[in-house]
Design a protein around this ligand. Structure first.
Ligand SMILES: Cc1ncc(C[n+]2csc(CCOP(=O)(O)OP(=O)(O)O)c2C)c(N)n1
Ligand code: SF4
Ligand SMILES: [Mg+2]
Length: 351
């Protein structure tokens, strides 16, 4: 059995959000992942974030590749649009869907094998094209679904459950996303929901390529001493540079911080991101120093988490291509066909 439906029965007193949905309306089928898998905690954080943002489930399109991580869209947002694509190919399918219908909110869900091994090229190009999406990479350092081989994000020197040492250099997806032009880059940990939920909310509000690498331990194949993606390792080496608060549009900001302790970044949808510094020297708007900080921390075996980079002037692929505001899939023949005279002109120009 690959999926189990949930009973329809629900408590009549469940709280509803501003669009009239309970938290249950953002859930999906019962998860069939291993008990304790980090990916299930990420699904719970996604449910919480979409519910708190008052987004109607039918406005969301969730796309994924192949892997335990890519299976998870079955376990949340059961009333949203969903497409489980081919291994490593989610970014191009998401790009096509986004170009055809800019009216939906795009969520890409992937794994480290899916994005950093077979799908590395697609990952790089979707970031440099700045497709408007929230891209969540559930990073456990192994191919969980195919029984725990090292993936390309496994750190050099880390040990497999069977005692093998990884000698290959790791692909750091956060550094790669920065290098490729993503305009929102964060790293979270599936064991820290308080940090992850605001990160997801901010990524959804961001008007461009938003990427979150979420370290998500695989309890079956990569949660032992010697692994750098285990719960214990990440808890002991987590170096959070800041904490995010997200204030939805039109809601008064309820907390004050000392001057210099927080920066506010208004988003295009009216919401406001508040970034509370935990590391006074970390500037999330300075890409070059962010990259240097991440590289130095990785050399010391630290796992830097938080909102690592935010471009204040972000824009997306639709803005770059100058497409019309109406979703392309809603345009009629009259809008799409330039007519015989225009076609003659184009042909003449090519002769
Ligand atoms: C084209 C292709 N090659 C290989 C596979 C086999 N395969 C399925 S999932 C997977 C790796 C998944 O790893 P990851 O993306 O890290 O997801 P996880 O299971 O760890 O969450 C592989 C190699 C496949 N399904 N399709
Ligand atoms: S094999 Fe690993 S990644 Fe897959 S469900 Fe189990 S714990 Fe999660
Ligand atoms: Mg994996």
């Amino acid at each position: 059995m690959t999926s189990i439906g949930k009973p329809k029965l629900r408590h009549p007193a469940l709280a509803t959000n501003k669009v009239g949905f309970t938290r249950r309306d953002y859930e999906g089928k019962v998860s069939t992942l291993c008990a304790g898998c980090g990916h299930d905690s990420i699904s719970a954080a996604l449910i919480q974030a979409f519910w708190e943002l008052d987004i109607e489930p039918h406005r969301v399109a969730k796309l994924s590749g192949i892997g335990c991580s890519s299976k998870t869209p079955d376990y949340f947002l059961g009333n949203s649009h969903g497409f489980n694509s081919v291994h490593g190919r989610m970014p191009s399918v998401l790009t096509g869907a986004n170009l055809a219908n800019r009216g939906l909110i795009y969520l890409g869900v992937s794994g480290d094998g899916d994005s950093a091994s077979i799908g590395l090229g697609q990952f790089a190009h979707v970031m440099r094209r700045r497709v408007n999406m929230a891209y969540i990479l559930e990073n456990n350092g192994v191919y969980g679904l195919t029984k725990g081989q090292f993936s390309a994000t496994a750190d050099s020197g880390s040990r497999s459950r069977r005692g093998l040492t990884n000698t290959d250099a790791a692909v750091d997806t956060v550094s790669l996303a920065l290098l490729m032009g993503a305009t929102f880059v964060a790293r979270g940990f599936s064991g820290d929901k308080a940090q992850l939920v605001p990160q997801i909310k901010a990524a959804i509000a961001h008007p461009g390529a938003a990427f979150i690498d979420v370290v998500s331990p695989c309890v079956a194949f990569n949660n032992h001493p010697g692994s750098t993606k285990s719960y214990d390792y990440v808890r002991q080496h987590n170096d959070a540079v800041n904490r995010l608060d997200v204030w939805p549009a039109r809601e008064p900001i309820a907390v004050d911080y000392a001057e210099g302790a927080a920066i506010e970044v208004p988003q295009f949808d009216g919401s406001v991101l508040r970034l509370r510094k935990l590391d006074a020297h970390y500037d999330a708007t300075d890409k070059t120093s962010a990259m240097a900080h991440i590289t130095h921390a990785a050399e010391k075996g630290e796992v830097v988490t938080g909102l690592l980079y935010l471009a204040p002037d972000a824009s997306d692929l639709h803005a770059h291509l100058d497409t019309v505001e109406t979703p392309l899939n809603a345009l009629g023949d009259a809008d799409l066909c330039p007519g015989a005279a225009m076609l003659d002109k184009i042909n003449a120009a090519l002769r």
